[in-house]
Design a protein around this ligand. Structure first.
Ligand code: NAG
Ligand code: NAG
Ligand code: NAG
Ligand code: NAG
Ligand code: NAG
Ligand code: NAG
Ligand code: NAG
Ligand code: NAG
Ligand code: ZN
Length: 648
């Protein structure tokens, strides 16, 4: 009988949109004064257009909900990639409009002139000129005579720190950066290309010969300094301690040069990995030919610049490019290397008018989810120590959300100050180096800044670094060091979200996405970070609870990415509990709640960190009895047969 009912509703669906089972659809408008029905109906039509009615939702819900995706989007990709492309397009529209209209008011906004200059120098590129990168460095000491660390610390100003001794300023917790020191990275060797060789001041050493010399150097370094794999923890040491243990390097000089400081106190603390391995590297390098070491550093630097995500030079050299694709490549490059100026421009020009309603709606749903999660933790299903429950609840309550990932509570002066600290010049290579110099000197300053109020502004968002590889500004993510969920602009629009969506569709994605990200705070990798982003021993405590160990085992299947699976399962249960308070409401709203949830996964083929969309969606729904009940999936059908695993 249950099955019969389902068939009837499918028949109805195939007739016309007016016959959709929507008569009881809740059309109220949570958190807004009104929700435009046309936005909602249009969105419903869109969701329905992807549905393949000849597929049984109880057999494969992904194939049902996303069955027509590939036919409609034959170019590939997902709703996320389409959404990201829209954001890039809006940047291009803005820049082209401003270049044509010298009187447009946006010219007067902070940083806008510099963005345009950078953009123009990028779109004017015709060929890479690696030698130019080197010419633009500050005057270098003579390569054959200067100590290797002098050059390494100059390159460090541009954020480069991959070889010999690595000194890097990194985010440490919710309110602090720290300086990390590590030995030579033996996992990453130089690939000396002809292009890089030609740019080096090699004084007649042949290509093959230089390549050989570099590779001998690398093999010696690798033999010396195998860091302990078992011990990946950093030690907290002061400058004085470092100098005492490794007197063979001018630490103070290197730090002053790289961080642009006039002094560093002897009691300043650092995070140091394997000081004894570092010392071995230094002793070895101090005996080698200076010229060779310095040439190697320059080559590594060039290779690093070319490999920075979205460096348009990479695409220039690999393929013929249309001016349109170069323009978009430049925009993606700028969104990476000039993160703050670019989000400011987008905010001011496009997003500001939408922000108040988005903030109201998104923060309200976030608060509901937090309350629900705190209650769930209170039930203490894993039988944890009360102190641990409290700590985890504190982490939830302290969790922050940033829509658009913008600095909070800042005035326009903040952005004018950025404008002053960032220089633009005459060509792409110069502008690229300037953008790096701007970002990394800012980070170095932050590390040494004692002013908590000023620092708080910089920790209210995640100031993405130019070397961030992942496509992180396209989907929401949980950032453990700041205990913050970042909602990028590309998510804050349809088809994922709109402030005027009716409840089923508003919660269908937003609550599931926020739930997923919140549960990353409790996944098997990130649970250890506390409310302020400090590493604790929570995993160790959890491992002592048989119920917890059992729950992880139930979800852990060697073929999937465990910490995504746990977030999918627990996140969607959290969202469901938060939204679907009574059965009456899910009877009439379930269809669009589940279709909206599915939409994010359509076309998703997975990546290093995520399984395929079909696997993720079907697994998460098969772990939710309410889904099977709604679609009347008989026991034993694929969507209603999984062993039910408990987790958070
Ligand atoms: C409709 O949804 C709103 C917001 O989720 C809820 O407060 C209200 O009770 C729902 N109405 C019905 C009739 O279920
Ligand atoms: C370094 O090179 C310069 C010329 O390029 C030369 O005059 C000088 O003697 C060299 N120094 C050493 C230490 O080899
Ligand atoms: C951040 O880390 C530093 C160094 O470990 C520590 O002193 C500080 O208390 C931490 N900040 C917070 C807010 O926990
Ligand atoms: C490092 O040690 C110093 C004292 O030696 C202490 O003041 C500081 O809080 C410690 N920092 C961390 C990160 O533990
Ligand atoms: C380095 O510091 C000096 C003096 O504080 C300052 O004038 C200069 O702009 C800084 N350089 C960079 C690249 O930030
Ligand atoms: C590896 O760890 C051991 C024991 O902690 C230590 O003695 C050794 O020096 C470490 N090796 C290096 C290269 O630091
Ligand atoms: C911004 O300022 C307001 C009012 O001073 C304050 O309530 C709010 O917490 C601040 N927000 C952030 C993210 O600092
Ligand atoms: C999950 O299972 C794999 C083997 O299938 C194992 O290596 C891993 O440690 C397990 N993860 C956790 C958190 O238990
Ligand atoms: Zn995830």
């Amino acid at each position: 009988m249950a099955c019969g009912l389902r068939i009837i509703s499918l028949l109805l669906l195939s007739i016309s949109i007016d016959a959709l089972p929507t008569y009881h659809l809740n059309q109220s408008c949570p958190y807004q004064s009104q929700c435009d029905p046309s936005i909602n109906w249009q969105h419903i039509r869109r969701l329905e257009s992807y549905v393949r009615r000849d597929v049984d939702p109880c057999v494969d819900f992904y194939a049902y909900a996303c069955g027509n995706w590939r036919r409609i989007h034959s170019e590939g990709g997902t709703a996320t990639t389409i959404s990201e492309a829209q954001i890039n397009q809006r940047f291009e529209d803005l820049f082209l409009r401003l270049l044509q209209d010298p009187l447009a008011q946006e010219h007067g906004y902070p940083m806008q002139q510099k963005l345009l200059t950078h953009y123009q120098s990028c779109t004017a590129l015709t060929s890479p000129n690696l030698r130019r990168y080197l010419q633009l460095l500050p005057p270098l000491p003579p390569l054959n005579a200067s100590h290797w660390m002098e050059l390494v610390s100059i390159l460090g100003r541009y954020g480069y720190h991959d070889h010999f001794v690595q000194i890097e300023v990194r985010h440490h917790n919710i309110s602090q950066h720290m300086i990390f020191i590590q030995p030579h990275n033996h996992n990453q060797n130089l690939d000396l290309t002809r292009e890089i060789y030609d740019a080096l001041p090699h004084n007649g050493i042949g290509f093959a010969q230089l390549k050989e010399m570099f590779s001998v150097l690398e093999s010696h370094l690798n033999r010396l300094a195998k860091p302990n794999i078992t011990d990946d923890s950093f030690h907290n040491l002061t400058l004085e301690q470092i100098r005492r243990t490794v007197p063979e390097l001018d630490w103070l000089g290197a730090l002053k040069r790289q961080l642009n400081r006039s002094s560093v106190n002897a009691d300043h603390s650092f995070q140091v990995d394997e000081l004894s391995a570092i010392r071995q590297v230094i002793l070895y390098l101090n005996r080698q030919d200076r010229r060779l070491l310095n040439l190697y550093s320059l080559a590594r630097f060039l290779s690093h610049l070319l490999q920075l995500p979205h460096n348009p030079l990479e695409s220039l050299s690999s393929a013929l490019m249309s001016s349109k694709s170069l323009s978009i490549a430049c925009i993606r490059h700028m969104r990476r290397t000039l993160y703050l100026p670019m989000i400011y421009a987008y905010e001011r020009v496009y997003y500001a008018q939408q922000r108040p309603s988005d903030e109201r709606v998104i923060h309200s749903v976030f608060t509901e989810l937090k309350d629900q999660l705190v209650q769930t933790l209170d039930q203490n299903n894993f039988n944890l120590d009360r102190g641990l429950v409290k700590a985890l609840q504190t982490k939830v309550l302290g969790m922050r959300l940033n829509v658009g990932n913008v600095p909070r509570n800042v005035t326009e002066d903040f952005f004018w100050a950025t404008d002053r600290n960032w220089k633009v010049g005459h060509d792409f290579h110069e502008n690229h180096l300037n953008s790096l110099l701007y970002y990394y000197s800012l980070t170095a300053e932050l590390e040494g800044n004692p002013d908590a109020t000023e620092k708080a502004l910089w920790y209210s968002f995640n100031n993405h670094s130019p070397d961030l590889t992942d496509n992180i500004d396209a989907t929401p993510y949980f950032y453990c060091l700041g205990n913050i969920i970042i909602i990028p602009y590309s998510y804050a629009q349809l088809p994922f979200y709109h402030s005027e969506l009716w409840p089923a569709m508003l919660y269908g994605d937003l609550a599931n996405t926020l739930g997923h990200e919140m549960l990353h705070a409790f996944d098997t990798d990130l649970v250890d970070y506390d409310v302020q982003g400090n590493m604790r021993d929570y995993s160790e405590q959890l491992q002592q609870q048989p119920l917890y160990v059992e729950a992880v085992k139930c979800l852990n299947d060697s073929s999937v990415v465990l910490n995504e699976r746990t977030s999918d399962v627990s996140g969607s249960r959290l969202a469901f509990r938060t939204y679907m308070k009574d059965t009456q409401s899910w009877q009439s709203n379930g269809r669009y709640y589940f279709l909206q949830f599915s939409h994010f996964f359509c076309g998703d083929e997975g990546d290093r960190y995520h399984d395929m969309g079909s696997t993720r969606l079907n697994y998460a729904l098969s772990q939710m009895p309410e889904f099977a009940a709604y679609f009347h999936c008989a026991r034993g059908t694929p969507m209603n047969s999984a062993e039910q695993c408990q987790f958070w």
